[in-house]
Write a protein that binds this ligand. Structure first.
Ligand code: BGC
Length: 709
């Protein structure tokens, strides 16, 4: 397809249509009926609907095929619709939620999650996924932390890149490959007070040094699209923000792909108070560099007027449309508008056995063991199961539209399948409902497993919480279980770090998040010791809500608190420590690892040199296990205040029982810089602190000097 030629043949209205994205219900049912329903609020008539360039969300192959067929029949130039959807952590084979995925610290595993998701999703004719979400997060009240890779810029970078590689697999023209749309540009994760869609206010320096890394890495990995965020940046909605969409994206990062608004976010600039009406919003959108408008109609209804009045707008329109058409061409849609959609293939590819087996492995690596007072693993013990997640199958979690929880096993079913001895099951979370007989049964167990947590609807978009303890009074269930005198293992199902101070009476605490289609099989294998847990946290767990935002890579302040030293006039709270309950990078194993003998190949490096840090990791236990060894750096003195520590590398290594591994990290110049307000890399000579450890609060350190010659 000759895109330049096609552009010449399109009318202004047809071009603008390419920038409109609509939900499929506008096309599939009888359109006359739909007009009265969903379409009229968008002020769209049939003609405009059939100018649209892309579709948001689709059920299955048959739906996609019928929408595309109907569309192409009416389309003058037969430009195929492009189908986009939220394939966030799996299509029908559901993998752990992204926050859980990040706890695997396993780049290639995450890449394969995206690969399988793409292969499955493409059978429904999905061409673009609205993933990865690269929003760095620091506030667990925000419901969307469940979709994030956590609080660290380096991990955002590594995992966003892995997902793009997995989805696109270097060539989006092939069947089974989908284009990635990284989102939500930018800094949506900083929604004030953790309330969704709220204001974001941050410095350019922090934006550049902390919040952009994931989006940038996705673009560098070749992501074809980027979605704007709902929030403002510097008071300007991200959707019409020229600094973000032109200066950062196009000039700084040289992005030549397609930008898209979030759902209705171009229209929402009116509510932000930055446009009087849709007509003004349309102008601001196209001027800022917004290409596709999702689910609102500012462009389709108003852009023509602007184009007529101002030739520069026509140039901008042409650029945007050309980008969209090039993407369609790159996806191979002009050659095959139904690419991938295949009802027969769908049946054998989706939820294929090897996909499910892999989902179980990923789930195993996502689980984080938070506490274990010689209670786990439970081997050959009589088990009593209590709490709502004892019998619930809801392990898919938010953003798993195509998944079906009914296919999953409950914890009870998974235990039984594994041959465990379950002597009592009660899904009630309320201790008052447990009578004498229940207590008698519970006392006969060796271990009580309390399976508790949040419902799927308590995290995710528009699901923020101001109190983040265990909901529905489930803490009381654990206190009650402890009064019976048995060992209590608390198994948590949730989409965010929770406040866990009040369940510390538990003998063991296992954070499972929402682990997807095979979640409970994986959890049972960990609880019973078949699998050694290895996940580590990517978001700090606060002790109380008052500590939020809490993150490990904070600045030092001018009056830092030094633990163990009493001084009133330093940065601290009267009523709670500065430290989190469970820090970034934390997670236990059934093995015991010691870190010893940190050494550096030199304590001085120049710009062209690399030095190597080595450390011995000793597994003192009789079980082999994975350990995630973390490398942090601190730049003591720089032009701007730098964090007390920043993750710069990690290695996930299997260490055999009673053995030692020497782990090395190369320290290179690119680890030592920071960004100025314009995103330029700055390298300053001086002393650095190198830290290696099992988590952010358990490190061994050495200093070295960086010399610029
Ligand atoms: C969400 C996006 C999502 C889009 C399309 C919006 O409400 O913020 O993350 O991709 O809807 O479903």
């Amino acid at each position: 397809m000759d895109i330049k030629q096609l552009m010449k043949e399109l009318t202004t209205e047809e071009k603008i249509g390419q920038l409109l994205q609509l939900a499929p219900f506008h096309f599939i049912k009888d359109i006359e009926m739909e007009v009265a329903g969903h379409v009229s609020p968008l002020s769209l008539n049939q003609d405009k609907i059939f100018l649209a360039g892309s579709v948001l969300g689709i059920g299955h192959a048959s739906e996609m095929i019928s929408v595309q067929e109907k569309y192409l029949k009416k389309s003058r130039h037969k430009i195929p619709l492009m189908f986009m959807a939220d394939i966030i952590h799996g299509y029908e084979t559901i993998f752990p939620v992204p926050l859980a995925l990040s706890c695997t610290w396993h780049e290639s595993l995450i890449e394969k999650v995206a690969r399988i998701s793409a292969v499955e999703a493409q059978t429904a004719g999905i061409h673009v996924t609205f993933s990865p979400m690269a929003d760095l997060v620091r506030d667990p009240r925000w419901g969307r932390v469940v979709e994030s890779f956590g609080e660290d810029p380096y991990l955002q970078k590594v995992f966003a890149r892995a997902m793009v590689n997995g989805y696109q697999n270097n060539d989006i023209s092939k069947v089974g490959h989908v284009a990635a749309c990284v989102k939500h540009f930018a800094a949506y994760g900083l929604s004030e007070a953790g309330r969704d869609y709220n204001t974001v206010d941050l410095s350019r320096s922090s934006l550049q040094n902390n919040f952009l890394s994931g989006y940038q890495a996705a673009i560098e990995a070749g992501a074809k699209m980027i979605m704007t965020a709902f929030n403002v940046i510097d008071g300007v909605p991200a959707t019409i923000n020229k600094y973000l969409l032109r200066d950062v994206l196009r000039k700084q990062w040289h992005f030549d792909g397609v930008t898209i608004s979030d759902y209705d976010s171009l229209h929402q600039v009116i509510d932000h108070g930055c446009a009087e009406n849709d007509e003004q919003a349309a102008l601001k959108g196209i001027e800022a560099g917004l290409d596709i408008e999702m689910a609102s109609t500012c462009y389709i209804n108003h852009l023509t007027k602007h184009v007529k009045h101002d030739p520069t707008i026509e140039i901008l329109l042409n650029q945007a449309v050309e980008r969209v058409l090039i993407l369609k061409k790159d996806l191979g849609l002009f050659d095959n508008p139904y690419k991938g959609a295949d009802v027969k293939q769908e049946k054998c590819i989706v939820r294929a056995i090897e996909h499910l087996e892999f989902a179980q492995k990923v789930a195993e690596e996502s689980v984080v063991l938070l506490k274990n007072d010689q209670t786990l693993p439970i081997e050959n013990k009589k088990i009593a199961l209590i709490g709502p997640y004892a019998t619930s199958k809801e392990t898919n979690g938010p953003w798993s539209w195509h998944g079906n929880n009914d296919f999953n096993l409950s914890l009870e079913e998974a235990f039984i399948k594994a041959g465990s001895e379950i002597i009592y099951v009660n899904p009630s979370h309320d201790p008052k409902t447990y009578d004498e007989h229940d207590c008698l049964m519970l006392r006969q167990a060796d271990v009580i497993v309390a399976a508790v947590g949040e419902t799927t609807k308590q995290s995710g978009e528009a699901h923020s919480r101001s109190q983040i303890e265990l909901p529905f009074g489930q803490e009381k269930l654990i206190t009650f279980a402890k009064t019976l005198g048995q060992k209590v293992v608390t198994v948590l199902y949730n989409g965010r770090p929770l406040i866990l101070e009040n369940i510390q009476t538990s003998d063991a605490i296992v954070e499972t998040w929402f682990t997807g289609s095979m979640g409970n099989q994986a959890i049972v294998d960990i609880l019973t010791g078949k699998v050694n847990p290895s996940g580590k946290l990517t978001m700090s767990f606060p002790r109380n809500v008052g500590q939020i935002p809490i993150y490990y890579n904070h600045l030092n302040t001018g009056r830092p608190k030094i633990e163990g030293i009493d001084n009133e006039f330093v940065s601290y709270y009267l009523d709670v420590s500065n430290q989190s309950l469970y820090p970034f990078g934390y997670g236990l194993s059934y093995s015991t690892f010691d870190y010893k003998n940190l050494r550096l190949s030199a304590t001085r490096m120049t710009e062209t040199e690399t030095i190597t840090a080595s450390i011995d990791i000793i597994n003192k236990s009789d079980r082999g296990g994975y350990e995630i060894i973390q490398l942090y750096l601190r730049d003591y003195v720089a032009g701007i205040s730098r964090p007390v520590m920043e993750l710069k590398g990690f290695k996930k290594v299997w260490i055999k029982a009673f053995s030692k591994e020497t782990i090395t990290f190369d320290i290179t110049k690119d680890m030592l810089g920071y960004k100025d307000e314009n995103g330029m890399d700055i390298y300053e000579q001086g002393r650095f602190k190198l830290m290696i450890g099992k988590h952010a609060e358990a490190v061994i350190s050495m200093d070295f000097d960086f010399i610029k010659e």
